[in-house]
Design a protein around this ligand. Structure first.
Ligand SMILES: [Zn+2]
Length: 174
């Protein structure tokens, strides 16, 4: 299915009342925080957002985002492709206090203005979905130069100054 571009922003409360459903694509390069942590020059993110009011009359945005980016493998430091996808149910909260009372099956989204920046919402969802330490499934560790490994072992040795500091402390206590 071919998707047109997603609108940049929407009046979220009105959208919930109208039970609006939006889906479309966003160029990842337009999401500056995402673009600063992954490589995603030609990447298109597809997103769909469903605005609704739940049985408690809460304003809810249910989101689904997906895209293919490139992240650096923590082991060999090479870029690797990664499919990112995330789904959330966000509850619009008019203040931080309201956000603290948000039921646990919703993610609070503090929203005071009239226009909700959909790009920001999508970007946040993608950033949260990124793995903390991405790594190749295969053993790519051979690619790590030995010098780097040695350096890391070296780092773990206590520095002579730290040992000296301990000695000084001990002598003060006795
Ligand atoms: Zn790797």
């Amino acid at each position: 299915m071919k998707q047109g571009p997603l609108p940049k922003s929407v009046d979220a409360r009105k959208a919930c009342i109208k039970a609006l459903e939006l889906s479309g694509s966003v160029k990842a390069s337009a999401l500056s925080r995402l673009a600063s942590v992954v490589s995603c020059e030609d990447t298109t993110i597809s997103a769909s957002l469903r605005f609704l009011r739940d049985e408690q009359r809460r304003f809810v945005v249910s989101t689904q985002v997906a895209g293919k980016v490139e992240v650096r493998c923590e082991r060999c430091l090479e870029f690797m492709p990664l499919e990112v996808e995330a789904q959330s149910s966000l509850m619009l909260c008019s203040s931080d206090e309201r956000a603290q009372q948000c039921p646990s099956h919703y993610e609070p989204l503090v929203y005071t203005g009239e226009e909700l920046d959909l790009y920001e919402v999508i970007e946040e969802e993608l950033l949260l979905a990124l793995p903390v330490a991405p790594m190749h499934d295969s053993q790519c560790v051979e690619a790590v130069p030995e010098a780097v490994t040695e350096l890391r072992v070296e780092d773990r040795k206590p520095s002579p100054f730290a040992v000296l500091a301990n000695l000084t402390n001990d002598s003060k206590e006795s």
